[in-house]
Write a protein that binds this ligand. Sequence first.
Ligand SMILES: [Zn+2]
Length: 385
Amino acid sequence: MPETASFAGRVFGPGLPGGGAAAAARWQDAALVVVVADGREIVAARVRIEASGFNAERVRLAWSAGPEAAGDYAFFVESAEARARCVASAPEEHAAALRAALGAQAKTERRFRLGWGVIGAVLLLPFLVLAGFALNADALARWVVARIPVAQEAALGDLTLAQTRTQMTLIERGPAVDAVRSIGEKLTVGSPHRYRWFVADRPDLNAFAAPGGVVVVFSGLIRAAKTPEELAGVLAHEVAHAELRHSLQAMAKSLGLRALVSLALGDFAGDRMAGALAQLGELKYSRDAEREADAEGLRRLLAAGIDPHGMVSMFATLARGAPADDGGGEGTAEERRVSPPTLLSTHPPTEERLASLRQMLAGENRQFAPLSIDWAAVKASLPAR
Ligand SMILES: [Zn+2]
């Protein structure tokens, strides 16, 4: 009964989650019937067949969602077993195209093995033989990240933003966001990224920059900052992480090489990618990356004509923790679970960082005009706690 044999995969398209949904498909005459995990049934009368994915290891069945809907649907047949069933049960008119797609796939798989044999000898061997694994993972992540185009990073930023919205309430307009944006734009003049600035309604003293220029500042941090210059200090540090592609490298390390190459090719589909994005808030930077971000942040503050001493005093505040009236660091267990680590928890010892910041500022005795931001109004605009 080949026409009832179903094959598993993942479906993407209008009305489905960005990371796709698990589904089972079967051929019904010339049509493809896709049953999504939630029970929804999508019938595709006219299907296009393509090999896809990193080195064409998947078969993609694509079809138009109709004239009134935006975008196409795509069903990815991922496992070898599912592919075999898909081909075996395919109607005559699709069988040839499927065989062609699988033929292309076998060819690229052979090329893949050969290619990786060489690359493995050069790049991967050190992983196996050296105990200094972390060191090489860093180097490899940097090497691959350097080859990811800015446009792909931006697409990753869009996904990141969608993921962030599921984890926290973002404040998108009002004095607090205006303040973050106006300072942030001064710090990112000439950047290749299209920055997007947000304030999250959360008590923690925290902020993060995701790949592709998505910057989120927690309201707890704005409450704790005594001046806009202090906020600028943290923004400069986070922007430096984004500009130096630290966030992308940290993600690269936690993703693994294969997913990373998919990323470089702009293939964001699949579970592994979705999983990696879910971990975004837990990205950790190396000590070197933190020192680099401090120095680059300071450089950006000076270039923007913003008093850099705010960075030093804000870091001192962060080291002490939240002021008592702020309730910072509180929040439900659930909030804490999805919350990024506090800004300084993964950083080099704060005393050491403060000392080197002070050292870098030692010869700096310029007068800086204060930022023209009504700081009291910014704080008053934050949701009540
Ligand atoms: Zn940092």
